[in-house]
Design a protein around this ligand. Structure first.
Ligand SMILES: Cc1cc2nc3c(=O)[nH]c(=O)nc-3n(C[C@H](O)[C@H](O)[C@H](O)COP(=O)(O)OP(=O)(O)OC[C@H]3O[C@@H](n4cnc5c(N)ncnc54)[C@H](O)[C@@H]3O)c2cc1C
Length: 319
């Protein structure tokens, strides 16, 4: 069984575990079979059977190397957050409580509350599956964008990530809901500590997002669409849109879904989370086909009504 936070039943033909760098010899022998690199499975929607080889990287360890902190892909993201808090390394407090492994973090350039991990990545050490050799990609070569990077091409097995964190604490409080939380809880920003910021983010997330261990889910099912501001009516999605640079606006997918939610036909095995319509929950025994059908319904209804194309955020593995 392949572990995945949506709780879908999934198996694969072959599995390669990378526990040490010596295990990379197994990757050198790979032929032209289908490959799936799997971390903790919190951002994938898996079909019943993967007719190929799954690669799971378990490299652990966090070490200081010159100005960088070098972290194994198999380290739990939560452990890296805690390591940074303890060791006075600053900048990623806003990314607290994102589930998954460190190795997957660059793949979709994880982001939350106004911070993206690409701002702290110096380089990524990986195994190039096409060239069958080790490579180190610098930040520029990773081609980071909103929820995007070169790693989505699937040519690279990420082994280690070299981070450069801030040495002084300069919190990013630009995100409205974070700002509101601090105000509502009378937290004075001048005396805010990294731990307080991290705990605040955790509290906000716990109030909005279901714990996948209790309510199986993959977090946000769609990216927030970014559209040309001139194509939008000024009042459209007021309070649920954010101006970007160069005349673009980011729209809340959650709000768009709320507007068409009554029209959706969702099977009993699934539901949209009551506190956040961007989260699809497996009530038990949902199938891959049911999940895909709900996602397609949402996409087509939103396109029909608003002419806005939603893009699914988790990766769909159908083979
Ligand atoms: C409740 C919940 C909340 C979430 N909130 C956020 C959020 O706020 N922001 C956000 O950005 N994401 C969020 N996510 C999505 C998810 O947590 C992140 O994308 C996370 O980085 C996925 O880690 P993973 O180890 O589970 O990766 P997986 O789901 O196993 O894999 C995700 C992708 O990364 C690839 N991959 C994994 N490991 C490697 C590797 N070593 N080398 C190369 N490719 C690899 C996989 O092939 C796949 O394409 C959330 C998910 C959940 C369930």
């Amino acid at each position: 069984m392949l572990s995945n936070s949506l709780g879908l039943q999934a198996n694969a033909k072959n599995l390669i575990n990378i526990n040490t760098l010596d295990d990379l010899s197994l990757l050198e022998k790979l032929g032209d079979e289908e490959i799936l690199i799997l971390g903790a499975g919190t951002n994938v929607i898996l079909g019943d059977y993967f007719n190929g080889t799954v690669i799971a990287v378990h490299l652990k360890g966090i070490e200081i190397r010159d100005d960088c902190i070098s972290v194994g892909a198999g380290v739990d993201w939560a452990d890296l957050i805690e390591y940074c808090l303890i060791n006075k390394l600053y900048g990623i407090e806003n990314l607290t409580h994102i589930p998954g492994s460190v190795g997957a973090a660059p793949v979709q350039n994880i982001g939350a509350y106004g911070v993206e991990i690409s701002s702290f990545i110096d380089s990524v050490e990986c195994f190039n599956l096409t060239k069958k050799k080790l490579e180190t990609l610098n930040n520029h070569q990773c081609q980071f964008k909103y929820r995007e990077s070169i790693f989505k091409l699937k040519d690279f097995v990420i082994l280690k990530i070299n981070f450069v964190f801030d040495k002084s604490f300069s919190p990013n409080l630009s995100y409205p809901s974070l700002n509101k939380f601090l105000n509502d809880h009378s937290i004075d920003v001048t005396s805010l500590t990294p731990r307080m910021l991290s705990d605040s983010v955790k509290n906000i997330r716990n109030s909005k997002l279901p714990d996948p261990k209790i309510e199986p889910n993959v977090g946000s099912i769609f990216k927030n669409p970014i559209v040309r501001s001139q194509d939008l009516d000024n009042e459209f999605l007021a309070g649920h849109r954010w101006d970007q640079v160069d005349g673009y606006t980011k729209l809340s997918s959650a709000r768009l879904i709320e507007l068409i939610e009554p029209e959706l036909k969702i099977p009993d095995t699934l539901r949209l989370y009551e506190n956040h319509s961007l989260v699809l929950i497996n009530n038990g025994e949902a199938s891959f086909d049911e999940v895909i059908s709900v996602l397609n319904q949402i996409k087509s209804k939103i396109f029909k009504k608003f002419k806005i194309k939603l893009e699914i955020e988790p990766e769909i593995i159908s083979s």
